[in-house]
Write a protein that binds this ligand. Sequence first.
Ligand SMILES: Cc1ncc(C[n+]2csc(CCOP(=O)(O)OP(=O)(O)O)c2C)c(N)n1
Ligand SMILES: [Mg+2]
Length: 330
Amino acid sequence: MTTKRHEEVGLTDAQVLDMYYYMLLARKVDERQWLLNRAGKVPFVISCQGQEAAQVGAAFAMETERDYLCPYYRDLGLVLVFGQTARDCMLSAFAKAEDPNSGGRQMPGHFGGKKYNILTGSSPVTTQVPHAVGMALAGRMQKKDFVVYTSFGEGSSNQGDFHEGANFAGVHKLPVIFFCENNKYAISVPINKQLACESVADRAIGYGFPGVSVDGNDPIEVYRVTKEAVERARSGAGPTLIEAVMYRLVPHSSDDDDRTYRTREEVEEAKKKDPLIQFATYLKEVGLLDENTEADMLARVQLEVDEATEYAENAPYPSPESTLTHVYGE
Ligand SMILES: Cc1ncc(C[n+]2csc(CCOP(=O)(O)OP(=O)(O)O)c2C)c(N)n1
Ligand SMILES: [Mg+2]
């Protein structure tokens, strides 16, 4: 029998099964949204497919009632662990009034909500990074003991916002985790045309804190390094940059055609390392999952996705009279 790597990092059997459930839920919500988009029912999808292991692994290393997220648009797996539901995600996709992120005002993937400890984000990439740093500074000034986690793509790590935020957090040793989801593309631009350095993690040295590169297809490894970063942050030792290396399995968004810039062979090769397949294999090897329990979990997830879709499709749109709410002072 394979060694239980999850026990070595302090995860229980129940926790790793839960991790797999969240990864599966994220994937199935995402897949359904593509179907709905192609059926003309939802306007836009931006996917987490291929990035679920990193998102869920990182989320499990934090305390959902205590820590804060400044996530980016692909973080479906992350926000599900922080309490958003399949129904919430579908309400957002259908732009319905009850969407917890923005009441149907923002594009899908703009996660936010006070009750989930998730700060509302903006569409310009990487603006969430200085927000996270500011939140961490506020927490320190108020003597609160929370960690702020912010995530972004590797392309976005070229934006000034990342460098300014990282520098300030490094100088002041703020409790921030900079989490880069390196999926090898920024829309059509491949990684070798984005960065001249070996890895995104290398950038941390310039700001005086550790940078770690980790296999983003392995939720246990991601959990391990994120847990260390959380402990560092809580102890007052300052930020950590984590680079989770993975692959975006689908086009950039529902409006993109990735056949114009990457070969099908490359995508098929990456699918062999699909984090869901790899993690299910691990769970079977350590005797935690078998065909029956896997089928049960899939059925439970499908039911959740079906119910969420039906509810959101039938839910009311925001009223026209509310168009300017939160836009101008009342
Ligand atoms: C400041 C800014 N520039 C450009 C865009 C358009 N844009 C949206 S996503 C994206 C690619 C980002 O790539 P990456 O950071 O690698 O994240 P990924 O989508 O690959 O997860 C771009 C250029 C934007 N939203 N904001
Ligand atoms: Mg990218």
